[in-house]
Design a protein around this ligand. Structure first.
Ligand code: CO
Length: 197
């Protein structure tokens, strides 16, 4: 993890730098023959490619995300308002599941706070609206909000928080979201979580 996280951050920063035009000294246009950089390799495609080489998926743009290894997962969040995980599939063999959140940035909780909240997709906007009203004192979650399936505390740069919940709270075959309720963060800081089918 200590080796992996800096690599992810470095990749993110590199992408951001490219988009921000900070490499202005480089030639403006790359030759058309240059290979296109592969941003994300579909590593989880191997199984389906081996078992079904002929049939191409029509209409499906993404392969199923990998099931988490074990009954916990580490998620990093940074000063650029990003989680390093977009999809979490909880193994169906787990009775409880734990998400360990680490804020790898340096900004204070008041400016760049992050948490992880789990809820049905239909409840995300309502939870965020009521969370904003609850304010920083309430960790941006309405007290006693029954739509919240699980939530970590809000943390700042360098801090960690964990949340554990019964897997039975997630209905099999239903997609849920994990997200940050700090005001303005949900648009970028969200991902999918579900139980393995
Ligand atoms: Co956040």
């Amino acid at each position: 993890m200590k080796l992996y996280l800096p690599l992810v951050l470095a990749a993110s920063l590199t992408l951001a730098a490219c988009g921000g035009g900070e490499q202005a000294a480089a030639p403006a246009a790359a030759p058309a023959t240059e290979p296109v950089p592969v941003v994300s390799a579909p590593a989880h495609d191997h199984a389906s490619m081996a078992s079904a080489p002929v049939v191409a998926a029509s209409g499906e743009t993404a392969a199923a995300p990998a099931v988490a290894e074990g009954c916990s997962i580490n998620v990093a969040a940074n000063d650029s308002m990003q989680y390093d995980v977009k999809d979490i599939v909880v193994p169906k063999s787990c009775t409880e599941f734990t998400i360990n959140l680490k804020h790898t940035g340096s900004m204070a909780k008041a400016a760049m706070g992050h948490n992880i909240v789990i809820a049905a997709e239909a409840d995300v906007n309502g939870i965020n609206a009521d969370g904003a009203a609850a304010g920083a004192a309430g960790d941006f979650i309405k007290a006693g909000d029954e739509r919240v399936i699980a939530a970590s505390k809000m943390i700042g740069g360098g801090e960690e928080a964990s949340v554990t919940f019964p897997v039975s709270k997630l209905a099999a075959g239903t997609n849920y979201k994990f997200f940050c309720t700090f005001p303005g963060h949900v648009a970028i800081m969200n991902g999918n979580i579900s139980v393995e089918k």
